[in-house]
Ligand binder design. Structure first.
Ligand SMILES: [Ca+2]
Length: 426
C-alpha cells in the first residue's frame, strides 16, 4: 500500500499533475485516474521484538509475517502508578458503577466489594451464591448491566458447585445499598450454566462483555482435563466456546448455531482453550486473548460460527514438552491474529479509547500473569504491529486491566494481598 501510494505520488510529481501549476503537456493520451486522498500514517515500528525467552516450539512457523514477535515499541509518556487499595485476596475483576465507584471481585473467597475512587472498601456484598473457589475457579468477572440506572442489575460469573462436579455460571441481581447496612444483592437469577457438568478446578474462562446492542458475550474454558479438552470444537458442548446470550439468559435468534441439530444455541465461536481476556473495539467487535499451553497464547477476533482450532491446531505443546498439534494450521480453522511463544499468560483486556494517553488510542492492553507485565499492542488494519511490556519493574502478576471513566487504566494484581492500581501520566 505504501509502495503503491509512493509510486502514485512520484508519478504525480514527475507529471506535474498535483502541483496546482499549469500542467505540462501530456506525454500520452492515457486518461489520468484521480488520486485518492491519502491519510498520512506513522511509519510502522521496526527493530527487534520485546525481550523474551526462546520459543518452546520453534519448528512451528507463523502463518503470516507479523503473527508473533513484532517489533518492540516504547510509550513516550512517563507513567505514574498509584495504589488505590490493597488487601484483596486474589482479586479478579473490576467494573465501574456510574458514580465512579468500582465493583471488585475476589476469586477464591467469592466476595464482591464496592471501592470508592479514594480506595475505601465496603464490607463484602451480601447475598451472592456460594462459589467453588478451588484452583482457577471462584468468583470471576463482574459487569454493570446496560440498564443499571433503571434496574440496578449487576452480572457476574463464578464456578458453581454442582452435584457431580462444577461448572461456570452467570448470575445477575439487583445491587441494593441502604445507609448504615452492608450492601447486598437481591433477586439473584442464574441466567446461564455451562454444560455439561464436570469436575475440574481449571480453565474456567469467565469473562463477560456487553455489546451496545444489548447482547452479552461469555467466554468459556475447556476445563483443561482431557474429557473437557476434546469437546472444545464440539457444538454439542459449551466447553472452549464464546457464547452470546440476552441479558435474561435467552438465546438471540441470530446466533450462528440456532438451526444446527444438537448444537448448543448459545454458541458464538468454537475451538478456544481458556479465554481470560475479552474486550470490544471502537467498531464494537469482540477481541479475545486465550491462554495457550506451553507456548501458544492467542489474540483472536472471534466471529460468528467460526472455529478457532483448539485442540487440533495451535502454536504450543504440552507442559511435558510432548506435542499436541501435528501442525499449527489446518483447513476450516481460523488463525490467531497474533500469538506468543513463550506465553505471557493473559488475563484482563481493554482497548484504549481515553484522552489521558493520546499515544495509546486504539491500542490493546492485556494483563500478563507469568510475564508480570501490562502488555500493550499497537494495531494497524487488524494486525499487531508493535508490542510493549509495561510495568515490569513492579514484578506483579496483572490479573485485570480496565479503562476508568477519566481515561486512566485500573489494574488488579494477582496475589494473596492483591492491589488495585491506577495508571496515569506522571
Ligand atoms: Ca486457535
Amino acid at each position: 500500500m505504501r509502495t503503491l501510494s509512493m509510486a502514485i505520488l512520484l508519478a504525480a510529481v514527475l507529471s506535474g499533475c498535483s502541483s496546482g501549476k499549469t500542467p505540462n503537456p501530456p506525454v500520452d493520451d492515457t486518461p489520468q485516474t484521480p488520486e485518492e486522498p491519502q491519510t498520512p500514517e506513522e511509519p510502522l515500528p521496526s527493530g527487534p521484538p520485546v525481550t523474551q525467552g526462546p520459543p518452546n516450539v520453534p519448528e512451528f512457523e507463523p502463518a503470516f509475517p507479523g503473527q508473533t514477535r513484532v517489533p518492540a515499541i516504547q510509550t513516550k509518556t512517563a507513567l505514574q502508578v498509584t495504589e488505590i487499595a490493597s488487601g484483596f485476596r486474589n482479586p479478579w475483576a473490576i467494573a465501574f458503577l456510574p458514580d465512579q465507584r468500582m465493583l471488585v471481585t475476589e476469586k477464591p473467597t467469592g466476595s464482591l466489594y464496592i471501592v470508592t475512587p479514594q480506595g475505601v472498601k465496603s464490607p463484602a456484598v451480601a447475598g451472592l451464591p456460594r462459589v467453588d473457589g478451588r484452583g482457577q475457579g471462584g468468583l470471576l468477572d463482574v459487569e454493570v448491566g446496560p440498564d443499571y440506572a433503571q434496574s440496578g442489575l449487576i452480572y457476574w460469573t463464578y464456578y458453581e458447585p454442582r452435584t457431580g462436579g462444577n461448572g461456570l455460571a452467570v448470575a445477575r441481581a439487583k445491587l441494593v445499598e441502604v445507609e448504615g447496612e452492608p450492601p447486598r444483592v437481591e433477586g439473584v437469577q442464574v441466567i446461564f450454566r455451562m454444560m455439561p457438568t464436570l469436575e475440574s478446578t481449571l480453565h474456567a474462562g469467565g469473562r463477560l462483555v456487553f455489546t451496545p446492542d444489548g447482547k452479552l458475550f461469555v467466554t468459556l474454558g475447556e476445563r483443561s482435563i482431557l474429557a473437557g479438552r476434546v469437546q472444545a470444537r464440539d457444538v454439542k458442548s459449551h466447553f472452549g466456546k464464546v457464547v452470546r446470550i440476552n441479558p435474561d439468559g435467552s438465546v438471540p435468534n441470530d446466533n450462528p448455531f440456532v438451526n444446527t441439530e444438537g448444537a448448543k444455541p448459545e454458541i458464538w465461536s468454537v475451538g478456544h482453550r481458556n479465554i481470560l481476556s475479552a474486550a470490544l473495539d471502537r467498531q464494537h467487535r469482540l477481541w479475545t486473548v486465550e491462554m495457550g499451553p506451553q507456548g501458544g497464547d492467542e489474540l483472536n477476533r472471534p466471529e460468528a460460527g467460526k472455529d478457532y482450532g483448539w485442540p487440533t491446531i495451535g502454536y504450543g505443546e504440552e507442559y511435558s514438552g510432548a506435542p499436541i498439534h501435528e501442525s499449527p494450521q489446518g483447513p476450516g480453522m481460523e488463525q490467531p491474529v497474533y500469538y506468543w511463544d513463550p506465553v505471557m499468560s493473559p488475563s484482563g483486556m481493554t482497548i484504549y479509547t481515553g484522552d489521558l494517553f493520546p499515544e495509546w488510542r486504539d491500542n490493546v492492553f492485556i494483563g500478563g500473569l507469568s510475564s508480570q507485565a501490562l502488555v500493550r499492542l499497537m494495531m494497524r488494519n487488524d494486525r499487531v504491529v508493535g508490542e510493549e511490556r509495561l510495568l515490569t519493574d513492579l514484578r506483579v502478576r496483572v490479573r485485570e486491566v480496565v479503562q476508568g471513566p477519566e481515561g486512566a487504566l485500573y489494574l488488579l494484581t494477582d496475589a494473596t494481598n492483591g492491589k488495585l492500581l491506577k495508571v496515569t501520566p506522571r
